[in-house]
Design a protein. Sequence first.
Length: 117
Amino acid sequence: MIGQLHSVVFDASDPAGLAEFYIQLLGARVVTREDDWVVIVDTEGRRLAFQRAPQHEPPKFPDPKGSQQMHLDVLVDDIDKAEREVLKLGAARLPGEGEDFQVFADPAGHPFCLVTD
């Protein structure tokens, strides 16, 4: 092994705002807050970091010519209830769903899925 995953890092024009979205979504807490950098940790100790990228352009999804760059799968008990909650937080519904997942974008445009396993 060369190393261990330390953080998943998101580019965003508003790192504090995007961190707040994920704090609400995952029940996380802030461990570092600077002007251009915010780190949160969920209840299991997983880290997400958000860095200022003034020229950030959201990925296009679905777009066969583009890449979604990365995405998170968020495990939930009830997709319909979770959908209502993430939409209230500022998420947007994206095309694509299956029996056990639905696709959304966070407020900065990064795709994520609500999944039931």
